[in-house]
Design a protein around this ligand. Sequence first.
Ligand code: NAD
Ligand code: DAU
Length: 348
Amino acid sequence: MKLLITGGAGFIGSHVVRRFVNAYPNELVVNLDALTYAGNLSNLSDIEQAPNYSFIKGDITQKEFIANLFRAEQFDAVIHLAAESHVDRSITGPDAFIQTNVMGTANLLNAAVESWRTHMEGKRFYHVSTDEVFGSLGAEGKFNEATAYDPRSPYSASKASSDHLVRAYHHTYGLPIVISNCSNNYGSHHFPEKLIPLIINNIKNKRPLPVYGKGENVRDWLWVEDHARAIDVIFHKGRNGETYCIGGNNEWKNIDVVRLLCRLMDTKLGRAEGESAQLITYVTDRPGHDARYAIDATKLKNELGWEPTQPFEELLSKTVDWYLSNEPWLENVTSGGYRSYYEMQYSR
Ligand code: NAD
Ligand code: DAU
């Protein structure tokens, strides 16, 4: 089995690559990643010498390159995670999201159809997507596999477009596919433009903690290793053509997550109780900010036996420990381009 994983140098992708390389020595894992600002090969330093792992630097928006790669490598399966993934960046610069998330996915689908045209049996194109395609919830209810699409940011619209293309290629060309839509992840190697690692980094450096609006928006947080485990079980056991929703069953208001991080880090850093919370700063809200996400993952539990790991506070504490003991990683990713991005995003 030769498996192509796209976006394997990113946050979730690196956890998926690590899991597959370690758990399946007979599956050859090829990691294709353009190494954008969000991609970092040091995320995979522990497995880069493994005999069943190889890395190719390449951009999924390059149609000919992707077609040639599939002809040369003869992949048996694809797990597609490569994407532009940050909502705020999609608001200031949507084009890259349309190019990578829509056109890049189309290039992979075309290459897979061409490569597998005469022998689709046993092949699998796994598309990793987000719960944001479903839009925004009110106070009640949860998203599930039957929820209608209602994307509301350029990021979520580009992911919704890619989901539609993947399903269309299944119905039109018989491409064997599976899709999962997951809630917000947290854990190690998370790029500090996203809420949890950004707040950890700012608490550590005693910088203001930017909370959008009133901090009352709700997210359903899932530990990234639980997501990687769900992807593993869906890849190996999920039914052809199906969609599976993945969530943490773990809803938190943003302000409560930020306060919890302040408490955890005051203790870990030997600061006075309440010291870090004084850094909380309410800032201009994200345009079109989705109010609440929550996933009903009953299908995944009933069909494939997957459930999230609890409790959140323990895993969040473990996550903080990882950032505090991996200072060079944090310094490396927050130098250079990160600083100008931060200025642009938070000085308005
Ligand atoms: P990330 O931004 O950390 O990583 C994305 C990776 O894709 C990076 O390594 C980057 O270099 C690579 N990449 C970007 N453009 C590329 C291109 N044109 N060609 C090749 N590689 C390219 O993202 P993430 O948070 O790990 O998300 C991974 C996937 O999971 C995405 O598809 C995202 O939509 C989805 N997802 C993320 C979350 C979350 O909470 N982070 C939740 C649900 C779904
Ligand atoms: O739901 C899954 C999605 O979760 C993934 O598809 C996306 O790739 C991923 O980035 C994430 O999207 P969010 O927009 O929910 O995540 P983010 O960490 O950017 O923001 C989480 C919440 O925190 C959101 O309500 C906005 C808020 N926020 C975020 C930042 C960066 C702040 O209040 N302040 C901030 O500085």
